[in-house]
Design a protein around this ligand. Sequence first.
Ligand SMILES: *Cc1c(COP(=O)(O)O)cnc(C)c1O
Length: 590
Amino acid sequence: MLIKDPVCGMPLDQSTTQFTANFLSKQYYFDSEYCMNSFIEGTKIAYFSMEIGINSAMPTYSGGLGVLAGDVIRSSADLRIPLVALTLLSKKGYLKQKLTPDGWQMEYPEEWDPSKFMKLLPETATVKISGRDVRIGVWVYEQDSLTGGTIPVLFLTTDVEGNTQEDREITDFLYGGDEKYRLKQEIVLGIGGLRILEALKINVKKYHMNEGHSSLLTLELLKNNDLNPDKVKNRCVFTTHTPVAAAFDKFSYDLLSEVLETEVPEKNLKEYGGSDKLNMTLLALNLSKYTNGVTEAHMEYSRKLFPGYHIQEITNGVHSYTWTCSHFRKLFDKCIPRWANEPELLVRVDTVPDEDLWEAHMKAKQDLLDFVQTSSGLQMDTNALTLGFARRATEYKRAAMIFSDIEKLKEVNSQGKIQFIFAGKAHPKDEQGKNLIKEIYEFKDQLKGEIEIVYLENYNMEMAGKLTSGVDVWLNTPMPPMEASGTSGMKAAHNGVINFSVLDGWWIEGCVEGLTGWAIGPSPDQVISDEQRRKREITDLYNKLEYILIPKFYQERDSWIGLMRNSIGKVAYYFNTHRMMRRYATDAYL
Ligand SMILES: *Cc1c(COP(=O)(O)O)cnc(C)c1O
């Protein structure tokens, strides 16, 4: 069988190569001794994330953070970056969402069978939690690329023989339970993860913490390095993902001493993690040599939150191939060969004829509307301007903003038909998020027969792919500066879907008004009261829809297709994880 060397990518014949080795219970083949040694013994980046969205059928993610982690892994496999990823098994998932007829969210566990997707490794590690030894098992998922690259993703589980029932449940629910449950999960991920890497004899160059959930790994590193912080810093990379100080995980030292046994003295803990509570963001920040925010605006905001710290930025992206629908893949394959592993080439989208772009878009739109029909029974109009809004249902995302003035919205609709597709889950404890869904349901009923609105149940990656490729416009109305980055609009751009968004997170860098899409509300550096800002946002929302989007969509189709083209050639070509991972490699890993 013809395969490729996972290090250099050279094609080789599996039956004749003399260089072969077993790694994480799998046989690998190489074209030279150098590649073999570098793969088995070479140093790797250990990428830690509480959630990873690697496969839509594995519910081990809740939103953007996990999907980004999945895209990091997919791009690393394509680029053959030596990386190994770690996360929790989340055996019962995040939540399965069902909506009652009036839009109230009901949650169910989303149990899944890991053995359908991966292998259980024989190695285990042990951590002490609440005075008990807890054994950690590890499943390995292989993310393989056509380039020969392969990234092992390690899923940690405490559902292991010998553990008490309570301890077996630690890795059940992503973001489930109370504070103590979260702390236990973070011990398993950070400290357990590090020990699993040791048990697997993986030689680690850098520990990359994707958000602060894994920062307890720094304590284990301190312990292993005679409490020398510089030695730890040299090995750690930290990416912060939220601009909201209240969202940082913090644990009281009382809880900590009850649950965690550490050889790091409390004096040092408080020095690195904060004097009143252990702040996981601060801990990671104090013990990482390289820290970054996920957009330029987020970097600036993080610098304000943590004055004196050296915080850099690497703007997020999405995995181009994954988030480009089949119709556009076909088109790009024909007109822009090599685009999938070199997304910068999308800058050559001008070689694609207008008719072909429109045809691919209409096929994707039909796929989505067929999906809406089967899942909700609603028949939407293929020719109507269709706006999509799907993301976690939480207050700052302001999903209901488009309904701020119903009379105005009806007036807009009379100028050209519009329709809306919504989706998104609320965290079980987020009452406001759940109320938002209910509110959208009320508007949906109120506007029935006039403006078609659908709220799709159980948003996940597969649905995100359909939505971000099948609508005409991707709407986003977060409350600045809460959206550190956002990534769904980048998925939309890969499919020629046009962004219409508040200037927050990535869109500050992506938006060239009227060329790559449109902004909602004023520029973020404009000094303006919150109330005035909101007013401007609502005015823009309705006015641009009525006077720019609708006329362009219905009467100036060529000009509309020009913007679709720019979404691909001026947005997607940059906002992808291939560019992002090359940045991490040069700035953070080397
Ligand atoms: C891409 C994605 C997200 C992130 O969307 P944002 O608009 O950036 O918040 C969330 N959930 C799923 C399932 C996704 O695929």
